[in-house]
Design a protein around this ligand. Structure first.
Ligand code: ADP
Ligand code: MG
Length: 243
């Protein structure tokens, strides 16, 4: 088993504000790691450091075997191998679902239209939206739009998927379909780093749960341990609030 992400002594400040103060975290290939913790604890910043959307103030990160904290690394090439799904879906409103899925495949990966459309349709089927290829995003529910965003990421053939609260903007009744897609991905062996408030998802799907607070990892381990029998008082306090 190789390591998909290795984070060593990661620090990140925004001006005087220290947001991450010494994070060490490894994600093994094929592993699903869920990151939980209160708002403002640095979860999004951590995730964004993994593909260098934020650059660390200190520390080293290897992502998919590339030292991304090395200024000479081939960042564009690496980013093509990483999918990222945010709370906001960021679909192109003027393009059909199919075109949303093919545009980066054609422009970035230089696939032909036929090849890109074949892969796009495969991935739409995978997220249960095979019949929506011709629809425009505005005509889809939030949950459907998020599944399109996931299918768009998958169409690029990522080796690692980063999810930042993918269901937080959705009406409660739309959350389940998105989580089902993520659960299927996990079952298929995708390496996933997932920031989430969905404790049931973390409990059932994660190989490991990481609890962050105040810019550090307070506790991590098997879901049953961290969520069911945490050792740290801060974890217990957080769980009492959300469960
Ligand atoms: P979480 O995702 O756990 O809610 P974030 O990583 O988004 O936490 O934010 C952690 C802290 O960093 C917050 O106090 C937030 O206001 C601050 N922060 C995040 N991004 C920036 C930025 N680009 N500039 C300044 N402060 C930021
Ligand atoms: Mg966040």
């Amino acid at each position: 088993m190789s390591d998909a992400v290795v984070i060593e002594d990661l620090h990140k400040s925004f001006g005087p504000l220290e947001v991450l103060t010494g994070i060490d975290l490894t994600v093994t290939s094929g592993e699903v790691v869920c990151v939980i913790g209160p708002s403002g604890s640095g979860k999004s910043t951590l995730l964004r450091c993994v593909n260098l959307l934020e650059s660390p103030t200190r520390g080293r990160i290897h992502t998919l075997g590339v030292e991304i904290t090395d200024p000479d690394c081939e960042l564009d090439a690496l980013r093509r191998r990483i999918g990222m799904v945010f709370q906001q879906f960021n679909l192109f409103g003027h393009l059909t679902v199919l075109d949303n899925l093919t545009i980066a495949q054609r422009r970035v990966l230089r696939r032909t239209r036929a090849e890109a459309e074949r892969i796009a349709r495969e991935n739409l089927d995978r997220v249960g939206l095979g019949d929506k290829a011709g629809a425009y995003p505005a005509h889809l529910s939030g949950g459907q739009q998020q599944r399109v965003a996931i299918a768009r990421s998958l169409s690029m053939g990522p080796e690692l998927m980063l999810f930042d609260e993918p269901t937080s903007a959705l009406d409660p009744e739309l959350v389940g379909d998105v989580l089902t897609v993520m659960r299927d991905l996990a079952t298929e062996g995708m390496t996933m780093l997932v920031v989430t408030h969905e404790m049931a998802f973390a409990r059932d799907v994660a190989d490991r749960v990481v609890f962050m607070d105040g810019g550090v990892i307070v506790e991590q381990g098997a879901p049953a341990a961290v969520l069911g029998d945490p050792t740290e008082e801060r974890t217990r306090t957080f769980l009492r609030r959300v469960l």
